[in-house]
Design a protein around this ligand. Sequence first.
Ligand code: ADE
Length: 259
Amino acid sequence: MRIDILTLFPEMFQCLMVPGIFGRALEGGLVKLKAHNIRDYTHDKHHVVDDYAYGGGAGMILKPEPIFEAVEAVKAHIYKEEPGWDKFVEMPVILLTPQGRPFSQQIAVELSKHAGMLLICGRYEGVDERVRQRLVTDEISIGDYVLSGGELAAMVLVDAVVRLLPGVLGSEDSAQDDSYTTGLLEYPQYTRPVEYRGEMVPEVLLSGNHAEVDRWRHEQAIRRTLERRPELLDKVELSSQDRELVDRMKKLNTGSAIK
Ligand code: ADE
C-alpha cells in the first residue's frame, strides 16, 4: 500500500520508521509512506499556509490553494510513476478532523483494501471549507477530543490499517482474534510463569485441550465485553447458546456465570 500524507510537520512521521511491525512493513516494501510538506506548495515569499477567518473570530484557517495543489501534485506523480496507477484512481482522500466519522476497526479494514490513501492533516483552527467540499472523499476523527493537529490521528489510522495488510503481521491470522475484529473484546492472555505473586494461570489454558481452550476464550471474550463495553454485544452476531450465556451473566450481574 502507498500512503501519502499532507502535513505542515512531515518530520513528525519519522517516528514511524523505528523497528517493529511498521518499520518491517516499510523495509520489506509492503508499505510506502511519503510525508509531504503543504508549505512546499505555496508560491509566495513567506510560504504562507494560513489566513484569518472571514467573518472574524480567533484562530487561523488553513488556506485552500496549497492543499489543493499538493493533492493534485501527489496524484499526478502517482499516476505517472506507480505501476498499476489505475488502482489509485479510487484512492480515498481523507481529512483528519474531530468533525469526521468516528474511526473504527471496520473502517481500518475497508481502508486496508485500497492500493493507496492520501491523508490530510489539519492544523490551527481549521481548514477552508472548500477542501471539505471539493477535495476530500472522507473525514475521520479518532475520538471525541481535540488534538492540536491531525498528525497523531493520521499515525493512529496508518498503524491500524498497515497491520491488517497481508504479510505485515507474522502469521496471516494474527489479527483475526483482535478486539473489534470479532466484534468482541479480546479474552485474557497469559504467559509464563504459571504462578506469579500468588496469581495462577487458569487451569484450562494448561490442559492442552484446544477445544476447551477455545471455548474458555470465547466465553471470556463475551464476559469481558459484557463487563466493559456491553453496547458492543448488540452489534455482534452471537449463537443462541451465547445469547443464553449473556442472559445468565446479566441475571447474575457478576459476569461469573461461567468458570
Ligand atoms: N484533529 C484534531 N483532533 C482530531 C481528532 N480527534 N481526530 C482526528 N483529527 C483530529
